[in-house]
Ligand binder design. Sequence first.
Ligand SMILES: C[S@@+](CC[C@H](N)C(=O)[O-])C[C@H]1O[C@@H](n2cnc3c(N)ncnc32)[C@H](O)[C@@H]1O
Length: 238
Amino acid sequence: MTEQEQGVEREPTPATAEAVFGGRLDLAIAYAELLADQGVLRGLIGPSEVPRLWTRHILNCGVLSEVIDDGATVVDIGSGAGFPGIPLAIAKPEASITLIEPLLRRSTFLEEAISELGLQNVTVTRGRAEEKAVLSAVGTADVVTSRAVAPLERLAGWSAPLIRIGGRFVALKGRSVAEEIERDRAAVKKVGIVDLTVGQCGVDILDEPTTLLIGSRVGTDKDAAAARRAARRAKRGR
Ligand SMILES: C[S@@+](CC[C@H](N)C(=O)[O-])C[C@H]1O[C@@H](n2cnc3c(N)ncnc32)[C@H](O)[C@@H]1O
């Protein structure tokens, strides 16, 4: 039976994909095929996503590379089938990306996808973002990213401890971002994320550009107390 007979029509690779993935477009195409095939079979994405895999998912996430510096250390919380972490890793080979995903079925798929695509700049950590023990590098990420993982207050609470002071919180958000900011700004500040701004990327690439919520990580009283405790421990150890 052909794909059309099965009712799962794949979206052709858009001409704009080359502008996002450049010489690594073949990897993005291989990832799209993997998602449309194994991703659907194994229940990681719904079949209704297949006809819009590029526009709604792969390009929508790949354009995030516009705001990520070369060489950045990125932690992607709740990657699911790999969004936004895998398209970002394809578009930004100089960045080093850790995907955090608690569900075994999803983390297994992520490991297999990375190995099949031969992505050298991505690793997977199975666990929840708030379980600091799962991360070897708490407080060292230049950027923590996420898409569709949790409401802003909770997301900020999980993200902040992973971001280095001076690093950035970058969440892909929907149309209700302004209301989320209004509702949660104070709680987000409490965990050390300030200067919330709404931005867009993929403006010249997507009909509907990707909306980003960006914040800066600053030190909190809790961070200062932790630093004092660490200094005392170091002194005792001397
Ligand atoms: C709606 S899915 C979104 C997946 C992907 N980010 C996307 O945009 O397609 C939410 C994902 O967040 C993961 N998740 C939920 N709570 C989490 C936590 N505390 N830490 C890390 N990941 C979490 C879930 O397992 C799930 O894969």
